[in-house]
Each structure stands twice: as C-alpha cells, then as structure tokens.
Write a protein that binds this ligand. Structure first.
Ligand SMILES: Cc1ncc(COP(=O)(O)O)c(C=O)c1O
Length: 418
C-alpha cells in the first residue's frame, strides 16, 4: 500500500515480528554483538577497516560504535522523514556537522559557507577547520559564486555550506542556487556537495534534498527531539554521501547512544504535530508583536516578516512549507532593555536551545553567539537589543500576555512610553 510521509515515518525501521510482536521497538543497550563464527567475525572487522580482499560479511552488528539495532531503527525514521537514501545519527548537532564537514573536505576540497550560522558552526569553520589545514571561505552571498571562484584562482570548493533560515537572524538562502552552481561546476572526480543545516524548520517545513542539496544536517536536540531532554544530531543524504560520513563517525566516535536514539525515535513520531501546532502559536504571537512592537522590531522566517526585513520572501515561499516557530524581537534600550525583557518573562524560560514543547528565550549576542567576533555580529545584524524566542505548545494567549508584560518592562527601562 502506498503511504504518505507521516505514515512511513511512524513505522520506519521496525516491524513487530522482530521483537515478540511488541508494538514499539525495543531498546538495545548492548555495546558488542556475538559473531556466529570466527570467519564471520574476521569478515566484519576486515571490511570495517577496509582490509584488501576482505570477505563480504552478512548483515549484522559488531560493536555499537559502528552500528546498533536501536540506532539503525532511529536512523531509518530520520531517513523516512527526509526521504533520503540513508541517515546517520550523532551524539550532538555539532558532532553531526563537524564529522560531515571533516568527511567531505580536504586540502583539495575547501569549504565555502554563507553566514550567519549557529555560533558553534561558525567557530568550527573559522577557527578549528583552518587549524586542521582546511581552507574555509565565507561568502557574501550566493549571487556571486562565479566571482568567488575567480577570487580563489579557480580553486573549486568541495562543500558549499548553508543554514536557512539562519540562526538567529532568519536570513534565507536559496538552496537551489547553490545546488545548480555546484552541479554545473562538479566533475566526475570533484563532486561539490551542498550541505544545509535544516535545524530551524525541520523536515516537515523544509526539504533541502528536494531542492537539490546533497546532505541535510540537524541539531536533533531541537525539533526532532523536541522536549529539551536529549542532545543529538543527524545527517541525511545519498547512500554515498552518508557512507563516508558514517566511516568518519566510526573513527571520530561521535555516534548517538542507544538510549538517546530510542528517545529520539519516539519523539519523531509526533514531529509533525508539534511542528504544526508550535507554528500556529508562533503565527498568533507574531501578529500580536507586529502590532505592539512595530513590524521593524520583529523577525521571523514568515513571509510577512521576511518582506519587512527586506529579504526576498519569494525564496521562502518557494522552498519553505511554512515560517516555523522561531521569533526574533529587537527590544528598545540595547542590552539593558533586552536583559530587562528576558528577566521579566514569566512563562518563556530563559535558556538557550530551541524547538521544544516549552517556550524559550535568550540573548544571542551574549549567549548562543557570544563567541562570534563583534564586527561579524554587527555585520550580520546580531545586535545588543535582539532577543530570540522559541515558541512552544503553551496556550498562545498566555504567551502573548507574557511577551506583552515583558515588553512593557523593557520600554520602561528604555524610558519609552508604554
Ligand atoms: C542551527 C543549529 N545548528 C546546529 C546546532 C548545534 O547543535 P547541538 O547543540 O545539538 O550540538 C545548533 C544548536 O543550537 C543550532 O541552533
């Protein structure tokens, strides 16, 4: 029977026949697995290490850093959501991002990226990768890739890395522009891979692989996990792209543990319901904030706000299925006003992270993006008055009331009429 995405994702990776007809998949905490005989054990291990002439082993597990039944089940669920040939899960979003970037970059395969990006990714690209001999180039945008190629003396990138909408400024990148340019400039021996961090919208609201990206990345700590009770990351893409990522994961050791994989698989069953309801709540809050604070103070990946921000909203209309539930608000009074707003909130929890059932609020300039150089923050629009809200599943009117009273406190601090 032909099924739709939500149905496939519900059952992916597990059949009750595998475990006493239990409706739900079991959790396998085992670190290691028994080989049926020594010859099979040798075939497994020699294949894992790429020993020449190794016998092809039968399907099976060896050791949980290389693979585990619970991990495989959870990966099948992520692959179902992304409609990808394969997916890999990690101990964190940063483990997914760093492992994938290391796997597909080299001295001959520089990384080009468009900012802003999550602060940790920025740091990894600008500080860590160059210290490991990788060339990294920050692009001004995707409109002038040909000029960037001239500027690098014709040295092609191995990776074009994007985050759209970007954390925390909601800047949108047209994935297809990068994918089309990469396809035009790729050769058989030099494939340029387009990688997209899709943490902000998730697979329900944005489908980068369908826009031509090769790998989609997630902090699964956010919407995929969705309950602020686990740290995880994910990468989805073609079998070839993910095979190399899994090879690096084996040696860097950043795989997800079975318990977290099981929790994540459970969360992914309700992903669409949470995402859609959180987005609905965000829509109501956004409409209210535009009225109360003025359109210029409000940022989001919704078409109305992108238009007000001077972004090309047609890109979002074409590649997004919605604006999601992340809200940016520029509070009067700079850092003092922003802190007064955050300290006055009663329902929104003052905490970094996003995409959970409860609403969260934070100050990017001093918290999630504290490590980004001041000049870069200024050029990207991460100002001192900017706060980031992640809208959860509380009643929207309670969230509106909370934001309203906190805004009034901030206006008093900034000596503005309330
Ligand atoms: C867009 C984005 N990508 C990646 C990460 C890193 O994920 P993690 O904290 O799970 O390592 C984050 C974390 O906030 C994020 O917001």
């Amino acid at each position: 029977m032909k099924t739709r995405l939500e149905t496939r994702a519900m059952f992916a990776g597990y059949r009750p026949e595998e475990a006493n007809m239990a409706v739900k998949p079991p959790l396998h905490p085992a670190s290691t697995f028994v080989f049926p005989d020594a010859r099979t054990g040798a075939a497994h291990m020699e294949t894992a290490y790429g020993v020449e002439g190794a016998e092809t082993p039968p399907d099976g597990f060896i050791y949980s850093r290389l693979g585990n039944p619970t991990l495989r089940m959870a990966e099948a669920r992520l692959a179902a959501w992304d409609d990808s040939e394969d997916s890999a899960l990690f101990a964190s979003g940063m483990a997914a991002i760093s492992t994938t970037l290391l796997a597909w970059s080299s001295t001959d395969r520089p990384v080009w990226y468009v900012g802003p990006l999550y602060g940790g990714t920025h740091h990894f690209l600008d500080e860590v990768m160059p210290s490991m001999g990788r060339e990294v180039r920050q692009l001004e945008g995707l409109e002038r890739l040909d000029l960037d190629l001239i500027a690098t003396g014709g040295k092609l990138p191995g990776i074009i890395y994007l985050e759209t909408p970007a954390n925390p400024t909601m800047q949108i990148q047209r994935i297809r522009t990068a994918a089309e340019w990469a396809a035009t400039h790729s050769t058989e021996s030099h494939r340029i891979l387009v990688m997209v961090d899709n943490t902000y919208l998730g697979p329900v609201l944005q489908r980068p692989l369908e826009e031509g990206a090769d790998v989609v990345l997630y902090s699964a700590t956010k919407y995929l996990g969705g309950h602020s009770d686990l740290i995880a990351g994910g990468a989805s893409g073609t079998a070839e792209a993910i095979a190399k990522v899994k090879e690096f994961r084996t040696f860097l050791g950043g795989m997800i543990d079975p318990h977290t994989a099981w929790m994540l698989a459970r969360s992914m069953e309700t992903l669409h319901v949470r995402i859609e309801r959180q987005q609905e709540n965000a829509g109501l809050l956004l409409a209210y904030l535009r009225e109360m604070c003025g359109a210029d103070a409000v940022k989001s990946a919704w078409v109305e706000d992108l238009t007000a921000m001077g972004e090309d909203a047609s890109i979002a209309q074409a590649q997004q299925k919605g604006g999601g539930s992340m809200v940016g608000l520029t509070v009067p009074g700079g850092r003092e006003g922003a802190f007064a707003f955050l300290d006055a909130l009663k329902l929104f929890k003052l905490a970094v992270s996003l995409g959970s059932t409860e609403s969260l609020a934070e100050h990017p300039a001093s918290m999630t993006h504290a490590g980004v150089p001041v000049a870069t923050k200024e050029s990207l629009g991460i100002t001192e008055g900017f706060v980031r809200l992640s809208v959860g599943l509380e009643h929207p009117e309670d969230l509106i009331a909370d934001a309203t009273q906190a805004w009034k406190v901030a206006c008093e601090v900034a000596n503005l009429p309330v």
